[in-house]
Design a protein around this ligand. Structure first.
Ligand SMILES: Cc1ncc(C[n+]2csc(CCOP(=O)(O)OP(=O)(O)O)c2C)c(N)n1
Ligand SMILES: [Mg+2]
Length: 306
């Protein structure tokens, strides 16, 4: 029930942002995660609140699932002072909340692989029992940083779980044109870790696979690579007309829609109540963020390391 509530909340947030981008525009790129909410929420449902998360750029489902409120998330996206970075980040890769273990991301895809191995090493040295989960796409899986982080994490049995969202596309490049093997998970064996393939549209299956990997990591047995098979529903960014793509999908015809799959498990009346509450929560949070002031220019040098 709780997973459904979060998935449907993220779906409404996705649709709200899509509408806003269409009518008002957007400062930067919005990479819609519509259709991938189930795997994002499902995997994170297996984490403890104190575990560390490095999310990917496709939507805001990860950070919400990890416990962040929608107001700071929308605030960051809209460049408002109520954002978790007080509106200074902008775009989809600059949420952060140390309190929720949401450690941010970066515009350079793959920079978080080595950071993820780093927080896992910190947890191992401190013996704090925390696990780090790192999300990334099929395209990012080709970065050299993944391979070095995966090797070292495996040799040192670091408590990290790699979750690859294979949606078949990296911008305009098909997965088949970027990988010599049919699955990203095939690469796990080179680093002596399990490579698990799971249906990314099945939130509960992703939750279970991630729970197994997290337990293994907590026991000190090292990393796991999970590959969740999913589909990129919209363009790479909102507004991408995808001239390179023939298999375009409509928002209301999402194959194996994770919202419908979970919703089918819940009695109608209860589901309608959850949906209504989620829709209201998203509308109110979006309105609150939109009404908030933009950051004052005087804060520009705050939080700058050097
Ligand atoms: C190192 C680096 N190279 C290229 C880019 C530009 N870029 C942003 S997203 C993206 C596609 C990533 O594809 P994938 O990892 O499969 O994630 P998806 O967008 O499908 O969720 C690219 C090429 C970048 N941000 N960083
Ligand atoms: Mg991809």
């Amino acid at each position: 029930m709780e997973i459904y509530r979060k998935v449907v909340t993220v779906r409404f947030a996705e649709l709200r942002i899509r509408d806003h981008v269409e009518t008002e525009g957007f400062g930067g790129f919005w990479h819609p995660g519509i259709g991938q909410e189930g795997l994002q929420v499902g995997a994170i449902a297996a984490m403890r609140p104190e575990d560390y998360l490095y999310y990917a750029h496709r939507g805001l489902g990860y950070a919400y699932a990890k416990g962040m409120d929608m107001v700071p998330l929308f605030g960051d996206l809209l460049g408002r002072a109520v954002g978790s970075t007080r509106g200074k980040g902008g775009g989809t890769v600059h949420f952060a909340s140390a309190e929720h273990g949401v450690l941010g991301q970066g515009g350079t895809l793959g920079s978080n692989f080595v950071l993820g191995a780093g927080t896992a090493l910190a947890s191992q040295l401190r013996g704090d029992g925390r696990v780090t989960v790192v999300f990334f796409g099929d395209g990012a899986s080709g970065r050299g940083t993944w391979h070095e982080a995966a090797l070292q994490a495996s040799v040192w049995k670091l408590p990290v779980v790699w979750v690859c969202e294979n949606n078949g596309w990296a911008l305009s490049a098909r997965f088949e044109d970027q990988s010599p093997t049919p699955h990203v998970a095939d690469r796990a064996s080179a680093y002596g870790m399990p490579g698990v393939i799971v249906d990314g549209q099945d939130a509960l299956a992703v939750r279970d696979a991630t729970a197994d990997a997290i337990e293994r990591a907590r026991r000190g047995e090292g990393p796991t690579l999970i590959e969740a098979k999913t589909l990129r529903i919209r363009g790479h960014y909102e507004g991408d007309r995808q001239p390179y793509r023939e298999d375009q999908v409509k928002d209301d015809e999402i194959p194996n829609d994770p919202v419908h799959r979970l919703g089918a498990l819940i009695p109608d009346e209860q589901r309608r109540t959850i949906d209504g509450d989620a829709r209201r929560y998203v509308e109110e949070a979006f309105a609150a963020a939109l009404a908030a002031p933009r950051p004052d220019t005087s804060v520009i040098y705050e939080d700058v390391w050097a």
